[in-house]
Write a protein that binds this ligand. Structure first.
Ligand code: ZN
Length: 206
């Protein structure tokens, strides 16, 4: 399977500079303990120095695709720079499995996933891989996806559906929401997963 990466490293870096979540704004949401789960949201990271230290560290994603059985630890950013090989790997992991196609995933989305995973690791030593149900979707796959929006952020490489199977779904949605990076869909009734994207900030529950 090949991946087309027309974008140069410099362009990617430029894109990352404007990416909101690479900045300090990532951890500014202050919310108390979620009574139902006993799990905390990242209010502690409202502290700018802590947030800066967090984002300065290598950004590693631990991802699992149940549909293919792939499981990978991917470092897509280190020493203040994009790791192009790692970035490509992340794009591959978030590819459209049905169509066998990958795209350039928005760095803000990777950072959002990293923020979520990094928080759980820091706060709880939680190391479970994130289960990716759907990342990038071709238009065809998107049309074939039940309930998908026509112009879904999935088709732009800007959305991911997934979950940590052992954590309460509602908590995971609140955690994604805490980053205030884009849309968060809570799919809590039939299928259990969280949609997160780096589009307009909005929330919905299905
Ligand atoms: Zn979605």
């Amino acid at each position: 399977m090949s991946i087309e990466l027309a974008m140069s490293r410099r362009d990617l870096l430029k894109r990352s500079v404007v990416a909101g979540i690479t900045g300090m704004g990532a951890f500014t949401f202050s919310a108390p303990l979620l009574a139902s789960t006993g799990l905390l949201l990242p209010a502690n990271y409202a502290n700018q120095a802590d947030a800066a230290a967090f984002w300065a560290k290598p950004r590693v994603l631990n991802l699992y695709r149940p549909s293919t059985g792939e499981h990978k630890q991917i470092c897509y950013w280190r020493d203040g720079h994009l790791d192009l090989a790692g970035y490509r790997e992340a794009c591959h992991m978030l590819r459209d499995v049905r169509a066998g196609k990958a795209t350039e995933i928005d760095l803000r989305l990777l950072n959002l996933l990293r923020g979520q995973q990094g928080w759980l690791e820091l706060a709880y030593g939680f190391k479970e891989p994130y289960q990716v149900n759907s990342g990038y979707r071709t238009k065809e796959t998107n049309e074939a996806t039940e309930g998908a929006a026509r112009d879904s952020y999935h088709t732009k490489g800007q959305a991911c559906d997934g979950k940590f199977p052992s954590l309460p779904i509602e908590y995971q949605g609140r955690l994604m929401s805490a980053f205030r990076t884009g849309g968060v869909g809570f799919y809590i009734n039939r299928q259990k997963f969280i949609h997160s994207d780096v589009g307009r900030v909005r929330y919905w529950v299905r």
